[in-house]
Design a protein around this ligand. Structure first.
Ligand code: UDP
Length: 240
């Protein structure tokens, strides 16, 4: 029986979530642990869209700090997200989950172009849709992509899977032992207090469109399912 709290989700994975210990590259074993968790929720009948970052391969900001043109460096970052998306697709299909990758930058030999109505149709047919190449625009992030796509496909929630932290804290818990975890917090607080959840463009977009966000740790196996079932893990960030 499907007792999931959410009908349609956007799962935001950082590029780092696909890498091994050193935070770089793509580690098939790690990807398998994530895609098995995605399979668990897809089999509940939940419609799953995935937005994956590219920070395990390249970040535009780093390139621009090395003297590159920022827009060019950002396009490289967007291409990195395509590589991660294909790795996720491969792993999901290996365990029997049908998928489609849609890219915001056209590369028809590799994946479908992003078409909102088509993405929704795939989701209705219970295919996992992986949104690649960010928003297609430099100066944005894949967090903003997750917010934008969640609004477009009318997702119930963004599940923001974090690597080494299990929610939103008053301060960096690795630095300040007195940092307290929020159960619930508003986007306004996130923006005003500068809480390290997502960048301010993404937070504003979520706030203005009243999109709920659940920040949780992906390091523990089974957490994606727990999040989808509405178990009390992580921190929920709300518009109001
Ligand atoms: N990026 C971009 N526009 C977008 C999304 C991503 O220019 O709409 C670029 C940007 O350079 C970014 C890189 O892609 O640094 C990788 O994305 P992100 O940093 O969000 O990945 P994550 O931190 O989630 O791994």
């Amino acid at each position: 029986m499907n007792t999931a709290r959410y009908r349609r989700i956007v799962l935001k994975l950082s590029g780092e979530a696909l890498s091994g210990q050193n935070g770089f590259g793509i580690e098939p074993r790690v990807i398998h642990s994530i895609t098995s968790q995605i399979k668990e929720v897809a089999e509940l009948g939940v419609e799953v869209a995935v937005v994956v970052g590219g920070g395990n391969i390249w970040r535009g900001k780093v390139g621009s700090e090395m003297g590159m043109d920022r827009a060019n460096a950002d396009y490289m970052g967007m291409l990195a997200t395509v590589m991660n998306s294909l790795a996720l697709q491969d792993s999901l299909e290996n365990i029997g989950i049908p998928t489609r990758v849609q890219t915001s930058i056209e590369m028809r030999q590799v994946a479908e172009p992003y078409i909102r109505r088509k993405a929704i149709r795939h989701l209705e047919k219970k295919r996992v849709v992986i949104f690649a190449a960010g928003t297609g625009n430099p100066y944005f992030s894949t967090d903003t992509t997750a917010a934008l796509r969640a609004a477009e496909i009318e997702a119930d929630v963004i599940l923001m899977a974090k690597n080494n932290v299990d929610g939103v804290y008053t301060d960096d818990p690795k630095v300040n032992v007195d940092a307290k975890k929020y159960d619930q917090v508003s986007y306004l607080e996130v923006l005003n207090e500068g809480l390290g959840v997502m960048d301010s463009t993404a937070s504003s977009l979520c706030m203005d469109n009243d999109i709920d966000l659940l920040v949780f740790s992906i390091t523990e196996e089974g957490n994606i399912k727990k999040a989808v079932m509405g178990e009390n893990i992580g921190t929920i960030v709300r518009g109001k």
